[in-house]
Design a protein. Structure first.
Lengths: 503, 151
């Protein structure tokens, strides 16, 4: 009965006109940034974060969450029609989605992407509702060693799944941790690595780094390559997939949802990775794997379901442990702290209206998205036709304003530009940026947990292996570190890595 | 030097080394009471160690992407022009104010980078500057800098 009481509370919150409005605004902006290449949910959330300070925390979180799952819907449109991923989680959708469009089946491709997203999104919200409260109870038993092991596992998972060289990805994680440590040391109040720059005392901000790595550098790469947008000029007709399409996509949608949800929960998982894994699995178990990449509907249904489902799963570690699973959740963590809430095991108990309100708003948001993305698809196609020479100065300007307005500090613009350059070079030299961003957020938390653990154990590293929960997590971590050395796994990782480089 | 991974790994090796050396300055503490430099020291060690791993892996592998492969047929001077403009924007934002700097930035990007017609450039820049001012300053109350001219 408690569950229905909570649901009722949630809908009471989510259906308030103000919250409905912010939910709509969130999914609308989410779809927009999803559609626009070179602007993803992380950049959009950091851009809008300062403007949410005027509204209630619940409305703000509802809107920010809406941007996240909204972008997953929007990203597929660009992938299918232009063959450029609207955002990173839709990279694999290009493979079969664009081919479907070229064969005159853009309608069913867009349709199955939207329906698959809707089904997966709904399933993962249900999972979130049932799993989060008991997990939060369990998390109350976690001490610093468990937190440290878990965060370490998260980083290792991300580097393991990232594709490409694992040594390089680990290096980026370590560098991210280091960046996270810049600024005032919490225990001794010593400023570290600030180079006498005053604004670095509070630490390297997440927003400038993210806007630099994902916003500015992306624009630079696009300007350099002079991307041409060839919007597929065809009448989009028959958005409703036919009976055969449904039959082919039903299981991929279910599998995609499950994979996405669980990869989403894992710290370090998230939408991008789960879409790759879902596609790889469909291709593997398909009766006709050779047809993948020529426009089979499973190749659209599975990854699009997975990336939406991952959004629901990704909320779990944040709302139960206070650990963000990916860069987007890191933004939300930052937002929650700004609103004076402590994300962690007590969050659901202390702020039930926030938790249940946000979760139920996601149901409503998914319905809004279905309407926005099917009957109104024409609007987004028009937006896709804005030429890039007009678009990129605007994206740059939004990044500049967004970073400046966070603290009214020009120094942070400098920081963003610096990381824009770094991100550009990282892409050129094939270094992964997601591990860096996650590590940057986890840095201070991990340092605290490590130092507290060592103080608890009087300087002995055994503490991570003597406590049962921590031991299990550490064993998983070690396995993931050793696995890439096994030839069979090594080959598999390279295959996924190559898929990621096709974009 | 055989390929780009080796070049970049040497840079990371230097960064790792610098972090290790600097961390000592902040005090490593002991294992039972780690100091402010302790965890940075560890990250520096990991970065340095992994960069050597990458370097040696590539040594065995030998061939790979060359430096010049990255920028052939690509329009890289444009990148420098765009970055330069953004740096100037950051420098002049406070003194010239949001409206003027934004106007100049957009004129520059439209005209120099994209070589649009002057009429389009001016109309576009004015619309962008005022449009973003209305959205961010008036509507979202972002407190953009006003500059010495008072607007």
């Amino acid at each position: 009965m408690e569950f229905f009481g909570n649901m009722f509370l949630g809908f009471q919150v989510a259906l308030q006109p103000m919250n409905l409005f912010f939910c709509f605004l969130g999914v609308l902006i989410g779809t927009l940034v999803g559609v626009l290449p070179g602007l993803g949910p992380v950049a959009a959330m950091s851009l809008l974060l300062p403007s949410t300070f005027h509204v209630s925390p619940v409305s703000a979180i509802i809107m920010l969450a809406g941007i996240y799952y909204g972008a997953m819907y929007g990203g597929s449109t660009t992938s299918i029609l232009v063959n450029i991923p609207g955002e990173a989680a839709s990279v694999v959708t290009c493979l079969d989605g664009y081919q479907m469009a070229r064969k005159g089946r853009a309608g069913p491709a867009l349709g199955i992407a939207a329906f698959g997203s809707f089904i997966a999104g709904t399933l993962s919200i249900i999972g979130l509702m049932f799993l989060a409260p008991p997990l939060a109870e369990m998390a109350l038993q976690f001490g610093p060693p468990e937190y440290f092991s878990l965060m370490l596992l998260g980083l290792i998972i991300l580097t393991f799944l990232a594709g490409g060289s694992m040594s390089k990805a680990l290096m980026m994680a370590a560098f991210g941790l280091f960046l996270g440590l810049i600024g005032m040391d919490i225990m001794t109040a010593t400023p570290r690595f600030t180079f006498n720059l005053y604004f670095l005392t509070d630490g390297v901000g997440l927003v400038p780094v993210v806007m630099g790595l994902f916003g500015i550098s992306e624009v630079l790469l696009n300007v350099e390559a002079r991307i041409k947008q060839d919007v597929f000029e065809t009448k989009i007709k028959g958005l409703l997939p036919n009976w055969k399409d449904w039959k082919d996509s039903a299981w991929p949608i279910v599998r995609g949802s499950v994979i996405g949800f669980f990869l989403g929960i894992l710290p370090g998982g998230g939408a991008v990775i789960s879409s790759f894994v879902a596609y790889a699995i469909e291709k593997r178990i398909s009766k006709y794997p050779e047809k993948f990449g020529t426009g089979v509907i499973e190749g659209v249904a599975a990854p699009e379901s997975a990336n939406n489902s991952a959004t629901g799963g990704a909320f779990i570690p944040l709302l139960t442990l206070g650990i963000p699973a990916n860069a987007v959740m890191a933004m939300l963590l930052g937002a929650l702290i700004i609103y004076g809430m402590q994300p962690g095991p007590m969050l659901i108990k202390q702020h039930p209206d926030l938790f249940w309100g946000t979760v139920t708003s996601m149901y409503i948001g998914n319905i809004m998205l279905l309407v926005l993305n099917l009957p109104l698809i024409g609007i987004w196609v028009k937006i896709l036709k804005i030429p890039y020479p007009v678009l990129f100065p605007l994206i740059l300007l939004f990044c500049l304003i967004g970073v400046y307005s966070l603290n009214n500090n020009v120094g942070e613009i400098g920081l963003m530009l610096f990381f824009g350059g770094v991100g550009y070079l990282m892409k050129k030299f094939n270094y992964e940026s997601p591990p860096l961003v996650l590590a940057l957020v986890l840095g201070p938390m991990m340092e605290n947990a490590l130092r507290q653990s060592l103080i608890m154990s009087n300087g002995s590293g055994d503490i991570f292996f003597l406590r049962p929960i921590s031991l299990v997590i550490m064993l998983c971590t070690l396995t993931l570190l050793i696995l890439p050395l096994v030839p069979w796994v090594k080959k598999k990782r390279e295959v996924i890595g190559e898929m990621g480089e096709d974009d | 030097m055989k390929n780009n991974d080796q070049r970049s790994s040497l840079i990371w090796c230097a960064i790792g080394l610098a972090i290790v050396l600097y961390s000592g300055k902040y005090g490593l503490g002991t294992l039972s009471s780690p100091g402010p430099g302790f965890v940075p020291f560890l990250t520096g060690l990991v970065i340095g160690g992994l960069s050597l791993v990458v370097f040696l892996q590539q040594w065995r592998k030998g061939k790979g992407e060359k430096l010049k492969d990255l920028w052939t047929k690509k329009d890289w001077p444009t990148i420098l022009k765009v970055m330069g403009a953004l740096v100037l924007y950051a420098i002049f934002l406070k003194s010239l104010g949001f409206l003027l700097t934004t106007f100049f930035l957009i004129v520059y990007l439209f005209r120099v980078i994209e070589s649009m017609a002057w009429r389009k450039v001016l109309i576009g820049a004015i619309l962008t500057a005022f449009g973003s001012y209305i959205v961010f300053e008036v509507w979202l109350e972002a407190q953009l800098p006003t500059g010495i001219f008072g607007f």
